[in-house]
Design a protein around this ligand. Structure first.
Ligand code: PLP
Length: 401
């Protein structure tokens, strides 16, 4: 006798895992299937638009494959890559007291390995709200708590150290900073970072500084300070990689640099390396592009920033002209997080814009937004002509509303 198929029970923890950036794709597919001309302003992937991975990075990978550099590597990464990352952290970012480097499959993997190594169920991490949703997804998976701290829209989306201080509880283990921020495009100033480090020192917390967009600064002269460069007596995990600044998100290479007092950082490094060994290593041939990327030509960065600056300016100008919309001009990365006051909520606005206008955005609540406020995230990577058309369609939709 065969039993009737029985649905397999799945993890309760996973019910809490959401990732809005990809969730909206379902509406986009529906609209595309219905014949809409789509404009995708939802995924932060430069290579889907008119940006390309620099040739010397591509060449390094191709050559590595040809030379049969396809074996497993040490779990922390190949020597030449680890040395190049350490040198970049020390000399360019100014991080003193680098204790270890771990190369992973994108920055996402070291972020997840570090959170897994640090936390027990019930422990808490302070995460920026709005903020990149990977952190809350991993925390849900680990049965740990995400405590949001709200970025202050009125002061250009800066983190508010007083609010962070109020949010720390007995189970708090770490503070996440995303700088430049996704989804607001804001760049945190030195005094703010210093105050966050002061809080971390006082409460014995780890600071996780996600600096994946550190050189995507849209206005010449925008100062950028790496959190870990400001103090060497606080444990800091700095995340970086090839996905954004080297225009290669599908290469899946990123890394974590742990810095701070040896006694504080060593047990975490040890726990993270145990997990890293169990997953073997990151892609060997792609690791061979790290040294050439960090040490080779960088013209593509200024070129990309100049293009993004024009697209940011157009975004700000066009959105400000749509009734009900306001926007803090982004100064880093390629995201804008405009606010709207219209008789519709953010999820419904995104759903209807996709279905009725073929314009795909992401709802603000997918990144966390202050209760009572409504936002959408816009990726301004498409060409000016495409952006112009997208904002025309958004304007037409709002006029109908
Ligand atoms: N951190 C932030 C703030 C991001 O915006 C992203 C991707 O959008 C990531 C990390 C993921 O990086 P990676 O592609 O290197 O895994």
């Amino acid at each position: 006798m065969t039993l009737a198929p029985h649905p397999l029970r799945t993890s309760k923890r996973v019910e809490e895992v959401t990732y809005a950036v990809r969730d909206v794709v379902l509406w986009a597919r529906q609209a595309a299937a219905a014949g809409k001309q789509m404009i995708y302003l939802n995924i932060g992937d430069p290579c889907q638009f008119d940006f390309a991975t620099p040739p010397h990075v591509v060449e390094a990978i191709v050559q590595a494959v040809r030379e049969n550099r396809t074996s497993y590597t040490p779990s922390e990464g190949i020597r030449e890559a680890v040395d190049a990352i350490r040198a970049d952290a020390e000399t360019r970012k100014g991080i003193r007291g680098v204790r270890s480097v771990l190369v992973g499959n994108g920055a996402s993997e070291p972020i997840e390995l570090l959170l897994t190594a640090l936390l027990d169920p019930g422990d808490a991490v302070l995460v920026p709200s709005p903020g990149y949703p990977l952190y809350t997804a991993v925390l849900a998976k680990l049965g740990a708590r995400a405590i949001p701290y709200y970025l202050d829209e009125a002061s250009g989306w800066q983190p508010d150290p007083d609010e962070i201080a109020r949010a720390i509880d007995a189970g708090t283990r770490a503070i996440v900073l995303i700088n430049p921020n996704n989804p607001t495009g804001s760049v945190a100033g030195r005094p703010t970072l210093e105050r966050v480090l002061e809080l971390a020192a006082r409460h014995g917390l780890l600071v996780m500084s996600d600096e994946i967009y550190d050189r995507m600064l849209l206005d010449p002269g925008t100062p950028f300070v790496s959190t870990a460069a400001l103090r060497d007596d606080v444990p800091v995990a700095t995340f970086y990689g090839l996905s954004k600044v080297w225009l290669g998100p599908g290469l899946r290479i990123g890394w974590c640099v742990l810095s701070g007092p040896e006694a504080a950082v060593a047990p975490l490094d040890d726990a993270m390396m145990r997990l890293a060994r169990a997953r073997l290593c990151a892609s060997h041939p792609v690791q061979c592009a790290i040294k050439p990327a960090l040490e080779g030509p960088k013209d593509h960065i200024a070129e990309a920033n100049a293009k993004l600056r024009r697209r940011r300016d157009l975004t700000v100008e066009k959105l400000r002209a749509i009734p009900g919309f306001s926007i803090v001009p982004p100064t880093g990365a390629f995201y804008a997080f405009p606010r709207f006051e219209l008789p519709i909520d953010d999820v419904e606005l995104v759903r209807r814009l996709a279905l009725e206008e073929g314009v795909v955005l992401v709802h603000g609540s997918g990144f966390g937004q202050k209760p009572g406020t409504q936002h959408v995230r816009i990726v301004f990577l498409p060409t000016e002509a495409q952006l112009d058309e997208a904002y025309r369609r958004i304007g037409a939709f709002v006029a109908r509303l």
